[in-house]
Design a protein around this ligand. Structure first.
Ligand SMILES: NC(=O)c1ccc[n+]([C@@H]2O[C@H](COP(=O)([O-])OP(=O)(O)OC[C@H]3O[C@@H](n4cnc5c(N)ncnc54)[C@H](OP(=O)(O)O)[C@@H]3O)[C@@H](O)[C@H]2O)c1
Ligand SMILES: C[C@@H]1O[C@H](OP(=O)(O)OP(=O)(O)OC[C@H]2O[C@@H](n3cnc4c(=O)[nH]c(N)nc43)[C@H](O)[C@@H]2O)[C@@H](O)[C@H](O)[C@@H]1O
Length: 311
Protein backbone atom coordinates (compact mmCIF):
# COMPACT_ATOMS: atom_id res chain seq x y z
CA UNK A 1 0.00 0.00 0.00
CA UNK A 2 1.16 3.53 -0.85
CA UNK A 3 0.24 6.45 1.42
CA UNK A 4 -2.30 7.66 -1.18
CA UNK A 5 -3.68 4.22 -2.04
CA UNK A 6 -7.49 4.01 -2.01
CA UNK A 7 -8.20 1.87 1.07
CA UNK A 8 -11.73 0.76 1.96
CA UNK A 9 -12.31 -0.22 5.60
CA UNK A 10 -15.64 -2.06 5.79
CA UNK A 11 -17.04 -1.78 9.33
CA UNK A 12 -15.04 1.34 10.20
CA UNK A 13 -17.25 2.23 13.17
CA UNK A 14 -16.77 -1.14 14.85
CA UNK A 15 -14.15 -2.03 17.43
CA UNK A 16 -11.80 -3.60 14.84
CA UNK A 17 -12.62 -1.30 11.91
CA UNK A 18 -12.10 1.85 13.97
CA UNK A 19 -8.78 0.48 15.23
CA UNK A 20 -7.68 -0.21 11.65
CA UNK A 21 -8.67 3.35 10.58
CA UNK A 22 -6.81 4.75 13.62
CA UNK A 23 -3.69 2.78 12.66
CA UNK A 24 -3.89 3.76 8.98
CA UNK A 25 -4.18 7.44 9.91
CA UNK A 26 -1.26 7.13 12.35
CA UNK A 27 0.83 5.60 9.53
CA UNK A 28 -0.02 8.53 7.24
CA UNK A 29 -2.44 6.89 4.81
CA UNK A 30 -4.54 9.67 3.33
CA UNK A 31 -7.25 8.04 1.19
CA UNK A 32 -9.38 5.93 3.54
CA UNK A 33 -12.85 5.12 2.25
CA UNK A 34 -15.67 4.34 4.71
CA UNK A 35 -19.46 3.93 4.77
CA UNK A 36 -21.82 3.38 7.69
CA UNK A 37 -24.35 0.55 7.48
CA UNK A 38 -27.14 3.09 6.98
CA UNK A 39 -25.20 4.63 4.05
CA UNK A 40 -24.39 1.21 2.56
CA UNK A 41 -26.09 -2.01 3.66
CA UNK A 42 -23.47 -4.59 2.69
CA UNK A 43 -26.13 -7.29 2.48
CA UNK A 44 -27.33 -5.72 -0.79
CA UNK A 45 -25.27 -6.97 -3.73
CA UNK A 46 -26.36 -4.16 -6.04
CA UNK A 47 -25.58 -1.45 -3.49
CA UNK A 48 -22.14 -2.98 -2.87
CA UNK A 49 -21.34 -3.20 -6.60
CA UNK A 50 -22.51 0.38 -7.19
CA UNK A 51 -20.22 1.47 -4.33
CA UNK A 52 -17.18 -0.41 -5.69
CA UNK A 53 -17.82 0.99 -9.21
CA UNK A 54 -18.00 4.52 -7.79
CA UNK A 55 -15.07 4.37 -5.34
CA UNK A 56 -12.74 1.84 -7.08
CA UNK A 57 -10.86 0.90 -3.88
CA UNK A 58 -7.41 -0.67 -4.32
CA UNK A 59 -7.19 -2.32 -0.89
CA UNK A 60 -10.02 -3.66 1.30
CA UNK A 61 -10.07 -4.52 5.02
CA UNK A 62 -13.26 -6.57 5.49
CA UNK A 63 -14.06 -5.87 9.14
CA UNK A 64 -17.83 -5.50 8.73
CA UNK A 65 -19.91 -8.33 10.18
CA UNK A 66 -22.72 -9.19 12.51
CA UNK A 67 -20.75 -9.83 15.69
CA UNK A 68 -21.63 -10.86 19.22
CA UNK A 69 -20.96 -13.08 22.17
CA UNK A 70 -22.14 -16.56 22.99
CA UNK A 71 -25.73 -15.59 23.87
CA UNK A 72 -26.21 -13.37 20.78
CA UNK A 73 -24.83 -16.09 18.50
CA UNK A 74 -27.08 -18.70 20.04
CA UNK A 75 -30.17 -16.47 19.91
CA UNK A 76 -29.95 -14.84 16.47
CA UNK A 77 -28.70 -17.94 14.62
CA UNK A 78 -30.30 -17.07 11.28
CA UNK A 79 -29.10 -13.45 11.36
CA UNK A 80 -25.51 -14.46 12.17
CA UNK A 81 -25.49 -16.86 9.24
CA UNK A 82 -27.37 -14.76 6.69
CA UNK A 83 -25.87 -11.32 7.40
CA UNK A 84 -22.29 -12.57 7.47
CA UNK A 85 -22.69 -14.71 4.36
CA UNK A 86 -24.19 -11.79 2.42
CA UNK A 87 -21.66 -9.20 3.61
CA UNK A 88 -18.61 -11.31 2.78
CA UNK A 89 -19.98 -12.70 -0.51
CA UNK A 90 -20.93 -9.26 -1.80
CA UNK A 91 -17.63 -7.61 -0.88
CA UNK A 92 -15.38 -10.45 -2.01
CA UNK A 93 -17.17 -10.77 -5.36
CA UNK A 94 -17.19 -7.01 -5.93
CA UNK A 95 -13.49 -6.85 -5.02
CA UNK A 96 -12.82 -9.34 -7.83
CA UNK A 97 -15.23 -7.68 -10.27
CA UNK A 98 -13.74 -4.20 -9.76
CA UNK A 99 -10.10 -5.29 -9.67
CA UNK A 100 -9.17 -4.70 -6.02
CA UNK A 101 -5.41 -5.25 -5.67
CA UNK A 102 -5.63 -6.95 -2.25
CA UNK A 103 -8.40 -7.81 0.24
CA UNK A 104 -8.17 -8.99 3.85
CA UNK A 105 -11.06 -11.04 5.20
CA UNK A 106 -11.47 -11.22 8.99
CA UNK A 107 -12.75 -14.54 10.35
CA UNK A 108 -12.68 -15.79 13.93
CA UNK A 109 -11.17 -18.49 16.14
CA UNK A 110 -14.62 -20.12 16.40
CA UNK A 111 -14.13 -21.63 12.92
CA UNK A 112 -12.12 -24.48 14.45
CA UNK A 113 -13.68 -27.72 15.73
CA UNK A 114 -15.03 -27.57 19.30
CA UNK A 115 -12.64 -30.22 20.58
CA UNK A 116 -9.66 -29.71 18.26
CA UNK A 117 -6.18 -30.24 19.76
CA UNK A 118 -4.79 -27.10 21.42
CA UNK A 119 -3.24 -24.81 20.48
CA UNK A 120 -5.28 -24.51 17.28
CA UNK A 121 -3.23 -24.81 14.09
CA UNK A 122 -4.59 -23.40 10.81
CA UNK A 123 -4.69 -26.91 9.32
CA UNK A 124 -7.28 -28.06 11.93
CA UNK A 125 -10.02 -26.26 9.96
CA UNK A 126 -12.89 -28.61 8.99
CA UNK A 127 -11.47 -31.59 10.87
CA UNK A 128 -14.36 -31.97 13.33
CA UNK A 129 -17.75 -30.73 14.52
CA UNK A 130 -18.16 -27.09 15.52
CA UNK A 131 -19.32 -25.57 18.81
CA UNK A 132 -23.13 -25.53 18.62
CA UNK A 133 -23.71 -22.06 20.17
CA UNK A 134 -21.92 -20.26 17.32
CA UNK A 135 -22.11 -22.80 14.47
CA UNK A 136 -24.05 -20.43 12.14
CA UNK A 137 -21.48 -17.67 12.55
CA UNK A 138 -18.61 -20.15 12.21
CA UNK A 139 -20.10 -21.60 9.00
CA UNK A 140 -20.39 -18.09 7.57
CA UNK A 141 -16.77 -17.33 8.44
CA UNK A 142 -15.58 -20.65 6.98
CA UNK A 143 -17.47 -19.76 3.79
CA UNK A 144 -15.61 -16.44 3.72
CA UNK A 145 -12.28 -18.24 3.96
CA UNK A 146 -13.32 -20.61 1.15
CA UNK A 147 -14.50 -17.70 -1.00
CA UNK A 148 -11.08 -16.05 -0.70
CA UNK A 149 -9.33 -19.33 -1.53
CA UNK A 150 -11.63 -19.98 -4.52
CA UNK A 151 -11.22 -16.49 -5.98
CA UNK A 152 -7.46 -16.92 -5.55
CA UNK A 153 -7.56 -20.29 -7.36
CA UNK A 154 -9.90 -19.34 -10.22
CA UNK A 155 -9.05 -15.67 -10.79
CA UNK A 156 -5.66 -15.22 -9.14
CA UNK A 157 -7.09 -12.74 -6.60
CA UNK A 158 -4.80 -11.69 -3.73
CA UNK A 159 -7.42 -12.16 -1.02
CA UNK A 160 -6.00 -13.17 2.39
CA UNK A 161 -7.84 -14.54 5.46
CA UNK A 162 -6.95 -13.56 9.02
CA UNK A 163 -8.38 -15.43 12.04
CA UNK A 164 -8.41 -13.26 15.17
CA UNK A 165 -8.90 -14.74 18.63
CA UNK A 166 -11.34 -13.13 21.11
CA UNK A 167 -10.84 -9.36 20.97
CA UNK A 168 -11.42 -6.41 23.30
CA UNK A 169 -10.48 -2.76 23.43
CA UNK A 170 -11.68 0.71 22.43
CA UNK A 171 -15.22 1.01 20.99
CA UNK A 172 -16.20 -2.45 22.25
CA UNK A 173 -19.83 -3.55 22.60
CA UNK A 174 -21.02 -3.34 26.25
CA UNK A 175 -24.57 -4.58 25.78
CA UNK A 176 -25.00 -7.16 28.54
CA UNK A 177 -27.03 -9.56 26.38
CA UNK A 178 -25.09 -9.45 23.12
CA UNK A 179 -21.50 -8.61 24.04
CA UNK A 180 -18.49 -10.82 24.61
CA UNK A 181 -17.33 -11.80 28.08
CA UNK A 182 -14.59 -9.25 28.67
CA UNK A 183 -16.62 -6.07 28.03
CA UNK A 184 -19.63 -7.60 29.79
CA UNK A 185 -17.63 -8.23 32.96
CA UNK A 186 -16.06 -4.75 32.86
CA UNK A 187 -19.57 -3.29 32.83
CA UNK A 188 -20.95 -5.70 35.45
CA UNK A 189 -18.15 -5.10 37.95
CA UNK A 190 -18.22 -1.34 37.35
CA UNK A 191 -21.99 -1.04 37.83
CA UNK A 192 -21.87 -3.29 40.92
CA UNK A 193 -19.18 -1.08 42.46
CA UNK A 194 -21.03 2.13 41.60
CA UNK A 195 -24.37 0.76 42.89
CA UNK A 196 -22.95 -0.81 46.05
CA UNK A 197 -24.07 -4.30 45.00
CA UNK A 198 -22.56 -7.28 46.84
CA UNK A 199 -22.49 -9.82 44.00
CA UNK A 200 -21.64 -10.02 40.30
CA UNK A 201 -22.97 -12.89 38.20
CA UNK A 202 -20.56 -14.59 35.83
CA UNK A 203 -22.11 -16.86 33.17
CA UNK A 204 -21.28 -20.56 33.00
CA UNK A 205 -18.90 -22.49 35.24
CA UNK A 206 -15.91 -20.15 34.85
CA UNK A 207 -13.85 -23.14 33.70
CA UNK A 208 -13.59 -22.47 29.92
CA UNK A 209 -10.30 -20.96 28.78
CA UNK A 210 -10.12 -17.98 26.42
CA UNK A 211 -7.38 -15.98 24.73
CA UNK A 212 -7.78 -12.21 24.48
CA UNK A 213 -6.05 -9.85 22.06
CA UNK A 214 -6.24 -6.06 22.32
CA UNK A 215 -8.00 -4.73 19.18
CA UNK A 216 -5.29 -2.14 18.45
CA UNK A 217 -2.74 -4.98 18.37
CA UNK A 218 -4.97 -6.78 15.85
CA UNK A 219 -5.14 -3.60 13.77
CA UNK A 220 -1.34 -3.44 13.77
CA UNK A 221 -1.23 -7.10 12.71
CA UNK A 222 -3.74 -6.40 9.91
CA UNK A 223 -1.59 -3.60 8.45
CA UNK A 224 1.53 -5.76 8.80
CA UNK A 225 -0.10 -8.74 7.06
CA UNK A 226 -1.59 -6.54 4.32
CA UNK A 227 1.98 -5.42 3.57
CA UNK A 228 3.86 -8.69 4.12
CA UNK A 229 1.56 -11.72 3.65
CA UNK A 230 0.26 -12.91 0.27
CA UNK A 231 -0.49 -16.54 1.10
CA UNK A 232 -3.58 -18.51 0.11
CA UNK A 233 -3.82 -20.10 3.57
CA UNK A 234 -5.44 -18.49 6.64
CA UNK A 235 -3.33 -16.95 9.43
CA UNK A 236 -4.19 -17.07 13.14
CA UNK A 237 -3.76 -13.78 15.03
CA UNK A 238 -3.63 -14.04 18.81
CA UNK A 239 -1.39 -13.82 21.86
CA UNK A 240 -0.72 -17.55 22.26
CA UNK A 241 -1.75 -17.34 25.94
CA UNK A 242 -5.11 -18.11 27.56
CA UNK A 243 -6.77 -17.98 30.99
CA UNK A 244 -9.96 -19.36 32.54
CA UNK A 245 -13.05 -17.20 32.62
CA UNK A 246 -12.79 -17.28 36.44
CA UNK A 247 -9.20 -15.94 36.29
CA UNK A 248 -10.36 -13.26 33.82
CA UNK A 249 -13.20 -12.25 36.15
CA UNK A 250 -10.80 -11.95 39.10
CA UNK A 251 -8.47 -9.80 36.96
CA UNK A 252 -11.31 -7.48 35.90
CA UNK A 253 -12.65 -7.38 39.48
CA UNK A 254 -9.24 -6.12 40.63
CA UNK A 255 -8.84 -3.56 37.81
CA UNK A 256 -12.32 -2.17 38.48
CA UNK A 257 -11.83 -2.29 42.26
CA UNK A 258 -15.01 -4.25 43.06
CA UNK A 259 -14.78 -5.77 46.57
CA UNK A 260 -17.90 -7.97 46.58
CA UNK A 261 -18.43 -11.60 45.59
CA UNK A 262 -18.81 -13.45 42.28
CA UNK A 263 -21.44 -16.10 41.61
CA UNK A 264 -21.55 -18.45 38.62
CA UNK A 265 -24.81 -18.90 36.68
CA UNK A 266 -24.46 -22.41 35.26
CA UNK A 267 -27.79 -22.07 33.43
CA UNK A 268 -25.75 -20.10 30.88
CA UNK A 269 -23.64 -22.01 28.31
CA UNK A 270 -19.87 -22.40 28.64
CA UNK A 271 -19.39 -22.75 24.88
CA UNK A 272 -16.11 -24.11 23.57
CA UNK A 273 -13.96 -25.42 26.46
CA UNK A 274 -10.83 -23.85 24.95
CA UNK A 275 -9.77 -22.10 21.72
CA UNK A 276 -6.13 -21.11 22.08
CA UNK A 277 -4.57 -20.11 18.76
CA UNK A 278 -1.25 -21.46 17.55
CA UNK A 279 0.44 -18.21 16.48
CA UNK A 280 3.74 -19.70 15.28
CA UNK A 281 2.85 -18.86 11.64
CA UNK A 282 2.10 -15.24 12.59
CA UNK A 283 5.38 -15.00 14.50
CA UNK A 284 7.30 -16.56 11.58
CA UNK A 285 5.84 -13.90 9.26
CA UNK A 286 7.27 -11.34 11.70
CA UNK A 287 4.47 -10.07 13.94
CA UNK A 288 3.93 -10.39 17.71
CA UNK A 289 1.34 -8.61 19.88
CA UNK A 290 2.52 -5.93 22.33
CA UNK A 291 -0.33 -5.22 24.80
CA UNK A 292 -0.57 -7.61 27.76
CA UNK A 293 -3.99 -8.52 29.17
CA UNK A 294 -3.88 -6.54 32.43
CA UNK A 295 -2.71 -3.36 30.63
CA UNK A 296 -5.33 -3.88 27.93
CA UNK A 297 -8.13 -4.34 30.44
CA UNK A 298 -7.13 -1.07 32.16
CA UNK A 299 -7.16 0.75 28.80
CA UNK A 300 -10.56 -0.74 27.89
CA UNK A 301 -11.97 0.15 31.31
CA UNK A 302 -10.86 3.80 30.93
CA UNK A 303 -12.51 3.85 27.48
CA UNK A 304 -15.70 2.38 28.96
CA UNK A 305 -15.81 5.02 31.72
CA UNK A 306 -15.22 7.80 29.20
CA UNK A 307 -18.05 6.48 27.02
CA UNK A 308 -20.60 6.36 29.87
CA UNK A 309 -19.64 9.92 30.77
CA UNK A 310 -20.37 10.92 27.12
CA UNK A 311 -23.85 9.31 27.15
N1 LIG B 1 -14.99 -8.83 18.66
C1 LIG B 1 -14.38 -10.01 18.68
O1 LIG B 1 -14.13 -10.60 19.77
C2 LIG B 1 -13.94 -10.67 17.39
C3 LIG B 1 -13.20 -11.84 17.48
C4 LIG B 1 -12.77 -12.46 16.30
C5 LIG B 1 -13.10 -11.90 15.07
N2 LIG B 1 -13.83 -10.78 15.01
C6 LIG B 1 -14.16 -10.26 13.67
O2 LIG B 1 -13.66 -8.94 13.53
C7 LIG B 1 -14.53 -8.18 12.67
C8 LIG B 1 -14.99 -6.92 13.37
O3 LIG B 1 -15.56 -7.28 14.59
P1 LIG B 1 -15.92 -6.11 15.65
O4 LIG B 1 -15.75 -6.69 16.99
O5 LIG B 1 -15.21 -4.86 15.28
O6 LIG B 1 -17.49 -5.90 15.38
P2 LIG B 1 -18.41 -4.62 15.67
O7 LIG B 1 -17.74 -3.72 16.65
O8 LIG B 1 -19.76 -5.15 15.94
O9 LIG B 1 -18.41 -3.86 14.24
C9 LIG B 1 -19.05 -4.47 13.16
C10 LIG B 1 -19.20 -3.46 12.08
O10 LIG B 1 -19.84 -4.09 10.97
C11 LIG B 1 -20.74 -3.17 10.41
N3 LIG B 1 -21.89 -3.89 9.84
C12 LIG B 1 -22.61 -4.88 10.40
N4 LIG B 1 -23.61 -5.24 9.58
C13 LIG B 1 -23.53 -4.43 8.47
C14 LIG B 1 -24.27 -4.30 7.28
N5 LIG B 1 -25.34 -5.06 7.04
N6 LIG B 1 -23.89 -3.36 6.37
C15 LIG B 1 -22.82 -2.57 6.61
N7 LIG B 1 -22.05 -2.65 7.72
C16 LIG B 1 -22.41 -3.57 8.64
C17 LIG B 1 -21.20 -2.23 11.50
O11 LIG B 1 -21.40 -0.94 10.90
P3 LIG B 1 -22.22 0.28 11.58
O12 LIG B 1 -21.51 0.61 12.85
O13 LIG B 1 -22.12 1.40 10.56
O14 LIG B 1 -23.63 -0.21 11.78
C18 LIG B 1 -20.03 -2.26 12.48
O15 LIG B 1 -19.25 -1.12 12.35
C19 LIG B 1 -15.67 -9.11 12.29
O16 LIG B 1 -15.39 -9.73 11.06
C20 LIG B 1 -15.64 -10.15 13.41
O17 LIG B 1 -16.16 -11.40 12.94
C21 LIG B 1 -14.28 -10.13 16.13
C1 LIG C 1 -14.85 -14.45 19.33
C2 LIG C 1 -16.29 -14.80 19.60
O1 LIG C 1 -16.32 -15.88 20.52
C3 LIG C 1 -17.68 -16.22 20.87
O2 LIG C 1 -17.62 -17.35 21.70
P1 LIG C 1 -17.18 -17.19 23.21
O3 LIG C 1 -15.73 -16.88 23.28
O4 LIG C 1 -17.67 -18.40 23.94
O5 LIG C 1 -18.04 -15.93 23.60
P2 LIG C 1 -18.21 -15.06 24.92
O6 LIG C 1 -19.59 -14.49 24.88
O7 LIG C 1 -17.06 -14.09 25.00
O8 LIG C 1 -18.16 -16.11 26.16
C4 LIG C 1 -16.93 -16.62 26.57
C5 LIG C 1 -17.15 -17.37 27.87
O9 LIG C 1 -17.39 -16.39 28.90
C6 LIG C 1 -18.51 -16.77 29.67
N1 LIG C 1 -19.12 -15.59 30.31
C7 LIG C 1 -19.14 -15.36 31.63
N2 LIG C 1 -19.82 -14.24 31.91
C8 LIG C 1 -20.22 -13.74 30.70
C9 LIG C 1 -20.98 -12.58 30.36
O10 LIG C 1 -21.44 -11.80 31.20
N3 LIG C 1 -21.17 -12.37 29.02
C10 LIG C 1 -20.68 -13.21 28.07
N4 LIG C 1 -20.89 -12.92 26.76
N5 LIG C 1 -19.98 -14.35 28.37
C11 LIG C 1 -19.76 -14.59 29.69
C12 LIG C 1 -19.40 -17.48 28.66
O11 LIG C 1 -20.36 -18.29 29.34
C13 LIG C 1 -18.37 -18.31 27.89
O12 LIG C 1 -18.03 -19.47 28.61
C14 LIG C 1 -18.48 -16.64 19.68
O13 LIG C 1 -19.83 -16.85 20.09
C15 LIG C 1 -18.41 -15.62 18.59
O14 LIG C 1 -18.90 -16.23 17.45
C16 LIG C 1 -16.99 -15.14 18.34
O15 LIG C 1 -16.28 -16.16 17.68
Amino acid sequence: MHKDSKIYVAGHRGMVGSAIVRKLEQEGFTHIITRTSSELDLRSQQAVEDFFEEEQPEFVFLAAAKVGGIQANNTFRADFLYDNLMIEANIIHAAHKYGVEKLMFLGSSCIYPKLAPQPLKEEYLLTGPLEQTNEPYAIAKIAGIKLCEAYHDQYGCNFISVMPTNLYGYNDNYDLNNSHVLPALIRKFHEAKENGANTVTVWGTGNPRREFLFADDLAEACLYLMEHYNGRELVNVGTGEDITIKELALLIKDVVGFEGEMQFDTSKPDGTPRKLMDVSKLHSIGFKHSTDLEEGISLAYEDFKNKIVEV
